[in-house]
Design a protein around this ligand. Structure first.
Ligand code: NZQ
Ligand code: ZN
Length: 382
């Protein structure tokens, strides 16, 4: 076990109907008005937005609406939100939606208090402050509801980059699994893939020997697999949606890698380029990248791949474990090759060049020069 600091300040309120407590939570935090950030249509269609507005009114919390966040949120819209937050003098940002909405809300919260343009933080400038962030989650996938990360695409430069800061952790996140019943089969599947991706990055790239963390990861992956299958067959199964929601939160809230020492996030580094260049859903991009990366990486950590195969899929070899995961992605309806994601194999060098920018930003460019990234992508070209 390595030394570590685990500091996660987000309060989680979990259960059906709990979104009606947001007004009281804001009041308790001394917040009088918020920027109310949401996506394109789901929160209107489901009636959630009306309910949230009703509870804000009841608690006497003022709000300014800022809708229209797109999946894979973009910098231009984030900048509009920052301008609105400044102009209206809101004291906090309330996100109602999936990971994209929460991420953009965090970036707005950071940008609203800064003197510089928000993109500078995505290029490496240190974040020193942000407006308080609150969230009501509607899609189980990213873990954004309980971490300090935000991922935004700069549409001009085609960079999909992130910030990670203690200042962006939501103060309170409300998780009502019933709100996820309406998530489409495709996004439900992508969410499961994303949560698994968050767990396997450190599991495979850390040094061996931290068995507690291995078992936490294996328990979460097994839970995600089991419940994703139930959700595919019965989208409104209460226990499956609840287990999936909490598992996805735990998959990227800092719990599982605490104590494992150094690790990297290579599948995300490559996937962010697929999203940046082709606007593919994050989980779909991961389903394409992961089996290829696993094939490439397996010889570097064979014992852990064997362990994964045995614990997750009851298979005897690392290779068989990789095939089983790929087949499982396919069975959920995810693309598992560039072609299935409508991405031309001829673009591999362009994708690799884009991903190399993020490899440099994350300081993993020694292990992942552009030609290595291209080699991995060729494994997803079949
Ligand atoms: O815009 P609306 O109409 O709300 O529709 C959304 C969107 O089209 C819809 N949706 C959300 N909740 C729904 C619903 N539809 C029906 N019922 C509901 N309850 O689903 C679509 C996808 O939503 P989105 O928020 O984009 O999905 P997700 O939560 O997977 O977020 C993806 C974004 O998060 C980033 C990804 O890169 C991507 O940009 N990530 C953020 C991370 C973080 N902050 O820690 C880590 C991840 O690795 C990831 O990079
Ligand atoms: Zn992810």
């Amino acid at each position: 076990m390595h030394d570590f600091v685990f500091h996660n300040p987000t309060k989680i309120i979990f259960g059906p109907g709990r979104e009606m407590e947001i007004g009281a939570e804001l009041t308790a935090a001394g917040i009088g008005n918020v920027l109310l950030v949401y996506g394109r249509e789901s929160v209107r269609k489901s009636g959630l937005l009306d309910r949230v507005i009703a509870t804000l009114n009841q608690s006497g919390i003022g709000f300014v609406e800022f809708g229209g966040v797109v999946s894979n949120p973009v910098l231009s819209h984030t900048r509009e939100g920052i301008a609105l937050a400044r102009q209206s003098g809101v004291e906090a940002v309330l996100a109602v939606g999936g990971g994209s909405v929460i991420d953009e809300a965090k970036a707005i919260a950071v940008g609203a208090t800064a003197e510089c343009d928000v993109w500078e933080f995505f290029l490496g400038r240190e974040v020193t402050a942000a407006l308080p962030v609150f969230s009501i989650l509607t899609l189980a996938a990213t873990g954004s509801e309980m971490n300090g990360n935000a991922v935004i695409t700069n549409e001009e430069t085609r960079q999909k980059y992130n910030i990670g800061t203690i200042h962006a952790y939501p103060r309170v996140s409300i998780l009502n699994p019933e709100l996820t019943y309406t998530v489409s089969p495709a996004y439900s599947a992508y969410g499961a893939v994303d949560a698994i991706a968050h767990l396997i990055e450190a599991y495979f790239t850390k040094e061996p020997g931290t068995r507690l963390q291995d078992r936490l990861v294996e328990g979460l992956i097994t839970t995600i697999i089991e419940n994703a299958e139930i959700i595919r067959d019965r989208p409104a199964d209460p226990q499956a949606r609840a287990s999936m929601m909490w598992a996805a939160t735990l998959a990227l809230n800092g719990l599982t890698p605490a104590g494992v020492g150094p690790y990297t996030f290579p599948n995300h580094m490559i996937e962010h380029s697929l999203s940046a260049l082709y606007n593919i859903a994050h989980g779909a991009g991961l389903a394409i990248v992961i089996p290829a990366w696993m094939q490439w990486y397996q010889p570097r950590n064979p014992a852990q791949f064997e362990r994964f195969a045995a614990k997750i899929f009851d298979r005897q070899t690392g290779e068989a474990g990789i095939s089983a995961l790929k087949e499982w992605f396919r069975g959920l309806g995810c693309p598992v090759s560039l072609a299935e994601g409508q991405i031309p194999n001829g673009d591999i060098d362009r994708i690799a060049a884009n991903a190399y920018g993020l490899a440099q930003r994350w300081e993993i460019d020694q292990l992942y020069p552009a030609k290595t990234i291209a080699e991995i992508l060729h494994l997803s070209a079949q």
